[in-house]
Design a binder for this molecule. Structure first.
Ligand code: NDP
Length: 326
């Protein structure tokens, strides 16, 4: 079967040279193990961080090992009585067409929802949105929430959850097509296109009473624009700073507002809160079944397309959750 390993660490932007496609033999199963055919791989911004050796919340991805990644697929052979052939499973089998496991850390997924959803709105990104909105932003008193990367897997879900809490939700996204989708399909009150010259004025017009809460995915200039409009005792769920993931500087110019507006900023890593996952995921699944939560996917075809799709994700070429179909 085929897999992609990390061949070298990027300097700045990722290039295709960082990866190597390999064909390796299918292993014989030992007692207790299962063999999974992966149908979809999730591509996520955190992968850029793992490719570097820089200090972070997780250890770097090892060179010459299968690239890390979430997957969904189907059991095709089982030496484990708890798993049958045909069972659907979400796991972390990485950039690989097959996976072998003893079942630990795997999630059994339902057959009546398209399996790709378990990598997006019903997986880690959905859970990230749920955690940021419900565990960090919910207690804030005011009404207006700003969410950056609003058309994305995390941002799009976060905005819909905040709307359900009765907030006024203002998104920020790149380009008219993404903004139209954020307003019309995801139901945000307004979406600001940060690629337009006068976007900061548009943000001011969209937040006439200031900003009470921010769900930040981008950092840099976009985060600064929100900081400048924060109301006293506002809260910021600092989820991501994708504008700096290729090593760009992301200075915070309006840091004065942290003091003058007495803000609370909470960075978080969703995988460090496993105690919240059962509740969050079951709430999200109910919403998806009731068609109360919209989501969208960008699917690239074939394992070999993964490097280019990850490069695109970090440049905004994706529109919704970025997946690779095998
Ligand atoms: P998205 O689906 O939002 O895709 C990434 C998007 O980021 C792009 O489509 C692009 O949208 C935007 N983007 C990329 N570069 C820039 C830039 N320089 N300036 C502005 N926007 C940019 O990805 P996810 O939903 O998976 O992730 C969103 C954020 O959430 C990321 O920062 C990620 O690291 C973070 N995250 C954090 C987790 C945690 O536990 N803290 C867990 C999961 C995700 P556009 O075209 O609109 O610019």
């Amino acid at each position: 079967y085929r897999r992609i390993v990390l061949a070298e660490r990027p300097r700045g932007e990722i290039t295709s040279q960082c990866f190597r496609l390999e064909t390796v033999p299918v292993p014989d199963l030992k007692p207790g193990q299962i063999l999974v055919k992966n149908h979809f791989l999730s591509l996520d911004p955190y992968m850029r961080g793992r490719m570097s050796e820089r200090k972070s919340y997780a250890n770097p991805q090892a060179l010459n090992e299968t690239m890390i990644g979430g997957t969904v697929g189907e059991v095709i052979a089982s030496e484990n009585p708890q798993w049958q052939i045909g069972d659907r499973v979400a796991g972390m089998f990485g950039w690989s067409e097959l996976g072998v496991s003893d079942g630990q850390g795997l999630r059994r997924i339902s057959k009546d929802i398209p399996m790709s959803a378990y990598l997006g709105v019903l997986g880690m990104p959905g859970m990230t949105a749920w955690y940021g909105v419900h565990q960090i932003l919910k207690p804030v008193a005011g009404k207006t929430v700003v969410i950056s990367s609003a058309s994305g897997a995390v941002g799009g879900t976060a905005g819909q959850l905040a709307r359900k809490l009765g907030r006024r939700v203002v998104g920020i996204a790149g380009g008219p097509e993404k903004c139209a989708y954020v307003e019309q399909t995801l139901g945000f009150d307004v979406c600001i296109d940060y690629k337009q010259m006068d976007w900061k004025n548009a943000l001011a017009n969209a937040t006439p009473d200031g900003i009470d809460a921010v769900f930040e995915n981008v950092g840099g200039e976009i985060f600064d624009a929100s900081l400048a409009r924060m109301n006293p005792f506002g809260r910021i769920a600092l989820c991501g700073m994708i504008s700096g993931y290729n090593g760009e500087d992301i200075p915070i110019r309006n840091s004065r507002a942290l003091l003058t507006m007495r803000l609370m900023v909470q960075g978080f890593i969703v995988t460090e809160h496993p105690e919240c996952w059962p509740q969050g995921l079951s709430e999200l699944e109910v919403l998806v079944r009731n068609q109360e939560l919209a989501f969208r996917e960008s699917v690239s075809e074939g394992l070999e397309s993964a490097p280019d799709a990850l490069i695109g994700l970090l440049k905004g070429r994706n529109f919704g959750k970025q997946l690779v179909r095998f």
